[in-house]
Write a protein that binds this ligand. Sequence first.
Ligand code: PSU
Ligand code: MN
Length: 298
Amino acid sequence: MNIKIDLPIGFPAVALESTLLCHGLPWPANYELALKINTILAEEGASPAVVALIDGLVRVGLSDSELENLCREGSKAVKVATRDMAYVLATKQLGATTVSATMWAAANAGIRLFATGGIGGVHRDGENSMDISADLVELSRTPVAVVSAGAKSILDLGRTLEYLETMGVPVVGFRTDTFPAFYVPHSPYALPCRIDDEKLVAALIHQQDDLGLPSGMLIANPIPAEYAIPAITMETWIEEALEAAEADRISGKAVTPYLLAYLHRISQGKTVEANKALVLDNVRLAARIAKEYASLRE
Ligand code: PSU
Ligand code: MN
C-alpha cells in the first residue's frame, strides 16, 4: 500500500486533516495554526499525524518543512476526499485530505482519534441537490473517532444528524446536550448522548471496538464561549454567502471552500479567529481522549 507513516513511538497520535489548512484558512494563518496545534499536542504528550498526499504516497506525519510547504501551497493542493485518492496518487499531485480521506489514512495507520474544525454534512437543499459530504459515509464505515465543533449552519444540521443516525454513527455531545453549530456553541438539535469527561468518551470508543462495529464516532465539542459568534449574526452572513454561491454557480467540492472564504471576508476575519480557537480546543480534547484510550488498551 502506498502509505508512509512517520510518527514518534510512545505517544498517542492524533490525526489531522490538511484540507482545513489548505482550503479552510489563508496563508500564513494556516501555518501559524499548524504550529500551535503541534505545541498543544506536545503539551498534552500526544503527537501530530497530519495527513496529506505527497509524491504518490499517502503520508501520515509530516516534517516541519513539508508542513510549511503544504500550507504555502494552500488551495493549489487538490482537495482530496476518499474518491479522489487514487487519482491524486497516480498523477503524483499534492493532495490535501478532507475528513473522509484523513479517516481512511488514520485507520490504516492504527490511529483512533482525529481532531478537526467542522465536518462536512448534508448541505441545505441537499434533499434536491444530493450534496451530502463523503465525510458522513466514511464515519459509517471507518473506525476513527472525530472531534469536531459540530458542523456549520451552511449545512442542514437536522438532516446531517438524521443521516448519521441512519448510518449507525454514534454522536456524542461533549459537555453539550445539543449539536454545536461550529461558530455557535448550540443549535436547536438535541443529541442522543452527552458525556462530560474524557475518560468516559474513551470508554465509549473502547466499547465500539469491543462490539466490532465498523463505524467511527462523532464527538461534538462546542466552540469555547469567548470565541463564539452570535447565532443571528452568523445566520445573516451565511444567508449572504449561500446567495453568492448560487449566483456564482458554485457546485461540487468547491462549495465548502467558497463559503468558508466568503464568511472570512464578510466577517472581517472574525470567523478565522473563531475557527482557529475551536480547532485548538478540539485538538486538546482529542489528545486527552487519545491518552485515556491508550491507557484503557494497556
Ligand atoms: N467544514 C469546515 N471547515 C473545513 C471543512 C468543512 O468548517 O475546512 C472541510 C473539511 O476538510 C471537510 C470538507 O472534510 O471540508 C468537506 O467538504 P465537502 O463539503 O465538499 O464534503
Ligand atoms: Mn459536497
